[in-house]
Design a protein around this ligand. Structure first.
Ligand SMILES: Nc1ncnc2c1ncn2[C@@H]1O[C@H](COP(=O)(O)OP(=O)(O)OP(=O)(O)O)[C@@H](O)[C@H]1O
Length: 652
């Protein structure tokens, strides 16, 4: 039986044959984004042709809505922003997801959020910047109190909720701050005072400038709570989970990205991160999710009563979106009343802000040890999985959330391929989850089985590149390896960076593997502005174990071992103020600065640094190598079952 599903099966709906299918998988990233909305989107009559509305967010979270016309370019937009913000912004960068807007704005879609960041090499993230008074901004921004960003039909169900909330705001029914969690969140109510939506502003996320719970210290766009999820980018991920939950399969509550204005929101005083007492109207970009009545969350309720299908459906979603935060508190439980339904419950998955990391991470799946996860998938579930099409998913996400980063889409493609292959091979949810999860041994992380397959596939890609005639060129890049081997030299790899963007020296292990290939700037850089070289050296670095299996770079990794880069003991030592429970960061009282509290998870596999050709080859090799890995996992499970049977049949 040919158990490896080829791309022809994977992308059946696209009627593609390998290797063209793989090329199509990556071609999705190439299609240009046109800024204007198509004519049939219901926008006719609302905006003149060529006009677009965008929402510019400053690093400190302030938001300004503005109209762009066809003649606008990045320069004219900055000039207008300078006037509106009353602040010099000409040296700042205007970014839109991965794209820095240098001049042409055709990539910018209607209703897009843009980020305005300063271009300084060294700066303190706590320095106030671009913080005009709320009143100034409000006077210049004529958009309504709540504007849904995006035109997908999927958001229609939220329109009445939005209307109800706007009405309540006008009647002075105030939202209620949510006390749990690390980020700022608010229950917005209808005019009867009932909670109807939970709103989480992107600049109030953990470590974001306006976090109301003291977890501050990072600017928007910098590395966040999870290494591969930037501060300010959890909001659109909440929407991703909802948009990908076709047919309401997993029960993700309707969620949209909004621009929302209210005085309840938190604004910290820029210098110390203290909460400001003044309560002005302030606009935020936020996720807006329908409030769902519930009785418990999964940490308070006996999980044995959870329906198998509900657990499977949430698990299938979590695998697809590579959820790194499915702890029990993120599954709400509602008791179903009614005749014949005694004891029955419905599960509602929430909080998807840490899905689709920009590189593979250690996911967290609370359900992994629940008995339901070991029950084979039903026919319906297998059919749903079989129909998943990651190319279409990416196209849809690019259309609805144009700021989404390509790195995230690549993770989506990889995890969807993995899910489809594994389910078709006969693996159950628990086995698939286990293959994605890392093992911790003596406080060190080993790459997951999935990551090992990826590392091997990357190795084959590198070997192919080295053996191709092209490999004799690129001397400049080759120099990189040589430089790193010289004794006493700075072995921290430096990559091409923008003026103010400094490549994180603890960059992903596999980033080095690919040092021969030209690296796209924005995709490569976590825009971490390290305040000083000293601080850079104090950062935690990845375990270079993965590199050692790759002969061409083994020398580099060995030399790194002798430096602080290779000292694993440093990796965890500095996080004494924080502990991770069940993969969930719990805050400690006292010092809550981001630099001390960020957990030091390792990134073994990164996908963003491959060009299209390499990605195509990588995905092909990945699929080839997956089959033996799946077979191995199956045999491990069978072995375990035999031991268990033996254990129960043996009477001592
Ligand atoms: N759609 C929803 N309907 C009802 N209640 C919700 C909804 N979403 C979240 N909540 C409630 O709000 C609380 C905080 O939400 P959530 O966990 O999403 O925020 P968070 O700040 O990201 O939290 P954490 O730091 O724990 O990840 C949840 O524990 C839950 O009780």
């Amino acid at each position: 039986r040919k158990a490896v599903i080829g791309f022809s099966r994977l992308f059946m709906s696209s009627k593609l044959d390998s290797p063209v299918q793989t090329q199509m998988a990556v071609a999705v990233f190439k299609s240009p984004l046109r800024g204007e909305y198509p004519r049939n989107n219901g926008m006719e009559g609302k905006q003149p042709t060529g006009m677009r509305r965008v929402f510019v967010q400053t690093e400190t979270g302030r938001v300004l809505g503005m109209e762009l016309d066809r003649s606008d370019n990045a320069h004219t937009v900055k000039r207008r922003l300078q006037v509106a913000l009353n602040f010099p912004v000409m040296q700042s960068s205007l970014t839109f997801g991965d794209v820095e807007l240098k001049n042409d704005l055709s990539a910018v879609r209607n209703d897009s959020p843009l980020l305005l960041t300063r271009n300084y090499m060294h700066r303190s993230s706590s320095t106030p910047c671009l913080s005009p008074s709320g009143r100034d901004l409000q006077q210049r921004d004529r958009s309504g109190p709540i504007e849904i960003l995006g035109r997908s039909d999927s958001f229609d169900v939220l329109k009445d909720v939005v209307k109800g909330v706007v009405k309540a705001i006008k009647l002075a029914v105030d939202p209620i701050p949510v006390h749990g969690g690390l980020g700022g969140a608010y229950y917005f109510r209808n005019s009867r005072g009932e909670s109807v939506a939970i709103v989480k502003p992107t600049d109030e996320e953990p470590f974001a400038p306006n976090n109301p719970k003291g977890f501050v210290g990072k600017a928007l766009g910098h590395q966040g709570l999870k290494r591969s999820v930037r501060v300010g980018e959890t909001g659109f991920r909440e929407v991703v989970a909802y948009l990908l939950d076709y047919g309401h399969f997993a029960n993700v509550p309707p969620t949209a990205l909004v621009k929302i204005t209210h005085s309840i929101f938190n604004v910290n005083d820029g210098v110390n991160g203290h909460m400001s007492d003044k309560k002005n109207l302030v606009s935020k970009i936020a996720s807006f999710q329908q409030f769902v009545q519930h009785d418990f969350d999964a940490s308070d309720y006996g999980t044995s009563s959870f329906p198998v299908s509900a657990v499977h459906r949430i698990g299938i979603l979590d695998i697809r979106i590579f959820n790194t935060d499915r702890h029990a508190g993120n599954i709400l439980v509602r008791k179903l009343d009614g005749i014949g339904r005694f004891g029955q419950v419905e599960l509602i998955p929430i909080d998807h802000g840490l899905c689709l990391p920009e590189a593979l991470e250690d996911p967290y799946f609370e359900w992994i040890h629940w008995p339901q996860a070991s029950i084979p998938f039903s026919e319906d579930e297998l059919e749903y999985i079989g129909k998943l099409d990651p190319i279409k998913d990416c196209e849809m996400l690019k259309r609805e959330l144009p700021m989404i980063r390509e790195a995230c889409l690549r993770v989506l493609i990889l995890s969807t391929i993995f899910l489809k292959e594994a389910a078709a091979f006969g693996l159950c949810l628990a086995e698939i989850g286990e293959m994605m999860s890392r093992e911790f041994r003596a406080r060190e992380e080993d790459p997951s089985e999935l990551e090992v397959v990826c590392l091997e596939a990357r190795k084959l890609v590198v070997e192919r590149e080295l053996s191709s005639p092209k490999s004799n060129m690129g001397d400049a890049e080759f120099q990189f390896d040589i430089d790193c081997e010289e004794p006493g030299s700075d072995s921290t790899p430096k990559m091409v960076t923008d003026d103010f963007m400094t490549q994180e020296p603890f960059q992903f292990g596999n980033g080095f593997v690919n040092s021969r290939f030209p690296l796209p700037k924005l995709e490569e850089c976590f825009e971490e502005d390290l305040e000083s070289e000293e601080e850079a050296e104090q950062e935690d670095f990845p375990v270079f174990k993965a590199l050692e299996s790759i002969p061409s770079i083994s020398k580099l990794s060995m030399s790194l071992k002798d430096t602080s880069l290779g000292d694993k003991s440093q990796k965890y030592g500095k996080f004494s103020g924080t502990k991770q429970e069940n993969g969930h960061l719990t805050g400690s009282s006292g010092n809550r600065s981001a630099n001390e509290q960020l957990p030091g998870s390792v990134s073994f596999v990164k996908l963003a640094d491959m060009n299209e050709e390499e990605l195509t080859l990588f995905l092909e090799k990945f699929q080839e190598l997956l089959y033996p890995a799946l077979a191995k996992r199956k045999s491990v499970t069978l072995g375990r079952k035999q031991i268990q049977r033996l254990g129960t049949s043996c009477k001592f």
